[in-house]
Ligand binder design. Structure first.
Ligand code: GLU
Ligand code: ZN
Length: 308
């Protein structure tokens, strides 16, 4: 089967070293197998995302030497233009009796959650799952606008990650009923990513391992909507010398700063070295790394990023 991969960044800020690693490896995974690369812009949140940031993101990827066969700034590949598909999926879930409104405020949500997930994320305990019609009306009368959650079954779901191996979650206790539409009407990432990967025919998903813990819920949602889940490949986290996860706060590793310091080949060479594809951080183009790309060379444990 032809590999269809994607890179799905959110234009909520400048890309970061971790995003670049995901972009490069998603690209290498596709290009090394003669597949098709899709660029999807995950601009669901109008408060945080903008077309200007999306343009910058596309320009940064091009600067790096990455290309794609479908998508980019084309409206059909920007999530902000795809509400109708999310609406259809939402209605399918409703028809299956799996959607319920959640009126919890942020504080209530946290109070009604148990820190079960392996990564310390809180798990919603279903506080609003059994509200009566009357209780719902009362809450609405108080002016509360609900978010919508999908009810997950008491099921164990195992995802066999193409890089990290099997990863299992008990959906009800380790994931919990998750939000598919926010109270302000914005579609949730979990729904949009599944719908889009399915409708865009994506069968390889390469991304950072911060999303590994979302993959069982996503695989379940794919099947519930009648789709075959993609194969997931999660990348090791990048950490600093103290072992702390790099975040957007590490401004010295955002694309603005990186571009001022390095040439594209230096940056790609460095990423290729972090990814285990080169024995030294020597300059390279993405194309030059294709022949050395193999998942077995990519580390599984967190990768420390030295000083830049
Ligand atoms: N848009 C997400 C992000 O930028 C990535 C989603 C995904 O790869 O599934 O973090
Ligand atoms: Zn609730």
């Amino acid at each position: 089967m032809e590999v269809r991969g994607r890179f799905a960044p959110s234009p909520s800020g400048r890309m970061h070293l971790g995003n670049l690693l995901a972009a490069l490896l998603a690209w290498l995974d596709v290009r090394s197998q003669g597949g098709t690369m899709v660029l999807r812009i995950e601009d669901l949140d109008p408060q945080r995302c903008s077309l200007d940031k999306a343009r910058q993101l596309v320009e940064d990827l091009q600067w790096l030497g990455l290309d794609w066969d479908e998508g980019g700034l084309e409206p059909e590949y920007c999530q902000s233009n795809r509400s109708r598909y999310y609406q259809q999926a939402f209605e399918r879930l409703e028809a299956l009796g799996l959607v319920y409104p959640c009126y919890c405020t942020r504080a209530e949500r946290l109070a009604a959650s148990a820190p079960h997930a392996s990564d310390g994320a809180v798990v919603y305990t279903g506080r609003c799952a059994h509200l009566t019609q009357e209780q719902r009306q009362q809450l609405e009368a108080q002016g509360r606008r609900p978010a919508f959650r999908v009810r997950v079954p008491r099921e164990k779901v195992t995802v066999t990650d193409g890089h990290m191996g099997p990863y299992t979650q008990q959906l009800d206790t380790q994931c919990g009923d998750f939000i598919v539409r926010r109270s302000d009407g914005v579609w949730a990432y979990q729904l949009a990513v599944v719908v889009d990967d399915a409708l865009m025919g994506v069968n390889h998903v390469v991304r950072g391992s911060d999303l590994l813990s979302s993959s069982p819920a996503q695989a379940w949602l794919h099947r519930t909507l009648g789709y075959e889940p993609p194969r997931f490949y999660h990348l090791p986290l990048l950490v600093d010398a103290q072992g702390r996860r790099l975040s957007k706060r590490d401004r010295d590793l955002d694309m603005g700063v990186l571009r001022a310091k390095y040439t594209p080949q230096e940056l790609v060479g460095w990423l290729g070295w972090l990814a285990g594809l080169q024995s030294m951080p020597k300059s390279a183009t993405p194309r030059e790394l294709i022949s050395s790309f193999q998942w077995s060379k990519v580390p599984k444990k967190a990768v420390a990023v030295g000083s830049t």
